[in-house]
Write a protein that binds this ligand. Structure first.
Ligand code: RIB
Ligand code: CA
Length: 314
């Protein structure tokens, strides 16, 4: 049995973040979650750190260390997305407040300390929200950049264009300076943009399969999705919503479900009109060096089969 892959999940829960975290925690043989770091994004930090703990308790992982990180982007005011995720960030089912503790250590210090302690190239970072914590850690401790095994993140868009502005996807838009640091860091990147997440749509059958599992986690995933999908269905007029963040964890478990291209991706940080755009050289029209595997497609049936099978384990 090959050793479980060590990861840190950086997150702004968010219903789709919640499903991603459950998927990781349901897969201990393949994934060793060293810690979960919360960042301001979908909702303010006070809620994302609380939601991360609610999700860990739902998975029966009360001993999972959860850290609070940056409460705003590096250089800008925070933009949140309550219109998508609701006031709590996890609207849908009724949920009790968490009782497991939040770690005292700041998330950025946890990221730095962990990367310095663990063997070089043995830890993968899995950001599911704005990249503020990751970029702040890289700025504060440049020595850790060369020690990161890989960054597998949800963010950006090319053919799908933007979801928070006509040009930009939310995670990148909230903190474009942080994204520019991460995309310019030289760390091997796997990017799950809207181009692929919009092909991983919930459908009634897929949501009912979660509900039919009969366990608490399956019921919560179904009720989160019932709430979360209404916004995208109204906006895009399709019969389901993209489960964005679980694509990151599914890639770690079954990379063969995904296809993409190694290309150059730069981040717009100057123009207010296109701020946060991921300028992806998909057609290779520049000489800019490739810095990311930019994923464009997924076997959606295989993705949902994996999700359902793993959520059933909780
Ligand atoms: O644009 C989608 C991304 O923004 C997802 O990670 C969602 O959770 C929000 O953070
Ligand atoms: Ca997210």
């Amino acid at each position: 049995m090959s050793q479980a892959r060590k990861i840190i999940i950086d997150t702004d829960p968010g219903q789709d973040d919640a499903v991603a975290i459950l998927l990781a925690l349901a897969s201990p043989a393949e994934i060793d979650v060293l810690g979960i770091t919360a960042v301001a994004g979908n909702v303010p930090l006070a809620l994302t750190q609380k939601n991360a703990r609610i999700i860990c308790e739902l998975a029966g992982k009360r001993d999972m260390p959860v850290f609070a990180g940056c409460d705003r982007p590096m250089r800008r005011k925070l933009v949140t997305a309550e219109h998508v995720h609701g006031k709590t960030g996890l609207d849908g089912p009724q949920m009790a407040d968490p009782t497991m503790p939040l770690q005292d250590q700041h998330a950025v210090d946890f990221i730095i300390e962990t990367l310095r302690r663990e063997a070089p190239h043995s830890v993968t970072l899995c950001p599911l929200g704005p990249l503020t914590n990751i970029a702040t850690a890289f700025e504060r401790a440049p020595d850790i950049v060369g020690r990161v095994q890989q960054i597998v993140l949800m963010g950006g868009a090319y053919f799908e264009v933007g979801n928070i502005t006509p040009a930009a996807e939310f995670n990148i838009y909230v903190d474009p300076e942080a994204a520019a640091i991460v995309f310019g860091s030289g760390v091997p990147l796997v990017v799950m943009p809207l181009d692929v997440t919009h092909k991983a749509l919930t459908t009634r059958a897929r949501v009912e399969a979660f509900r039919a599992l009969g366990n608490e986690a399956g019921r919560m995933v179904a009720e989160w999705t019932d709430f979360f999908e209404r916004f995208d269905m109204q906006k895009y007029g399709c019969d389901g919503a993209p489960l964005h963040d679980p694509c990151v964890i599914a890639y770690l478990l079954r990379p063969e479900l995904f296809t993409g291209r190694h290309i150059n991706v730069e981040i717009e940080t100057q123009s207010e009109l296109t701020l946060g755009m991921t300028v992806a050289d998909w057609w290779g029209v520049t000489k800019r060096p490739a810095n990311a595997l930019f994923v464009g497609a997924v076997d959606a049936d295989g993705f949902y089969a994996l999700l359902t099978e793993r959520i059933a384990r909780l």
